[in-house]
Design a binder for this molecule. Structure first.
Ligand SMILES: C[S@@+](CC[C@H](N)C(=O)[O-])C[C@H]1O[C@@H](n2cnc3c(N)ncnc32)[C@H](O)[C@@H]1O
Length: 188
């Protein structure tokens, strides 16, 4: 195993640093449920995870993964777009995780889109408390194309620096468009 983790591993390391037992957090893209399980374990029995996806298949896959690990009680599964997260979440959250792109093993034509992703990031920036983290793993190239990545990068570069710190990590000597990690921390 290498020392430098991929973007997903790095996103977990950063989120793990800020989330404690009892916290409320959001998985903005449930997919096959891996990040929801990760968050559900971090927040413990007394915490809560809201997990969003627009596809029945993703919600079902996530529900099954949670049930297998006896974690379902602390997770609210929401079949709705993450751009509507403020309708469903009425409390401050400690972290919001995005894992962009399409459902692995699913329809590659149903993926996240720049316009709705940016709306959701904007709402996540409202919902997180001070020192809360938004992590975004940006898949691009291949069936995901480049449009969403470009829109998201353009948006995050303009985020007000007195209120948020924005970090981008990318692998610059790899082939096939390795995913980029973006993290946003709320300062005040
Ligand atoms: C790369 S997958 C997520 C992988 C997931 N985090 C995991 O651990 O398995 C991206 C997911 O985003 C979902 N998605 C696309 N648009 C969405 C939206 N507007 N709101 C919420 N989820 C969306 C897709 O249906 C897909 O399941």
């Amino acid at each position: 195993m290498s020392i430098i983790k991929n973007s997903l591993g790095q996103s977990h390391d950063i989120v793990r640093q800020v989330v404690a037992k009892g916290d409320c957090v959001i998985d903005a893209t449930a997919g096959n449920g891996n990040d929801t399980v990760f968050l559900a374990e971090l927040v413990g029995e007394s915490g809560k995870v809201y997990s969003f996806d627009i596809q029945d298949r993703a919600i079902e896959n996530t529900k099954k993964k949670l049930a297998d690990k006896n974690l379902i009680d602390r997770v609210v599964l929401v079949k709705d777009g993450h751009q509507n997260m403020d309708i469903h979440v009425k409390e401050k959250v400690r972290a919001v995780m995005f894992n962009l792109g399409y459902l692995p093993g699913g329809d590659h034509n149903i993926g996240t889109k720049g316009s709705t992703t940016i709306k959701a990031i904007t709402k996540a920036m409202e919902l997180i408390g001070t020192n809360g983290i938004i992590s975004i793993v940006v898949y691009y190239g291949g069936d995901s194309g480049f449009g969403e990545k470009e829109e998201v990068m353009e948006f995050i570069e303009k985020i007000e620096c007195r209120q948020f710190t924005v970090m981008k990590t990318e692998f610059i000597n790899q082939v096939n468009c390795p995913p980029i990690l973006v993290c946003i921390e709320k300062l005040s």
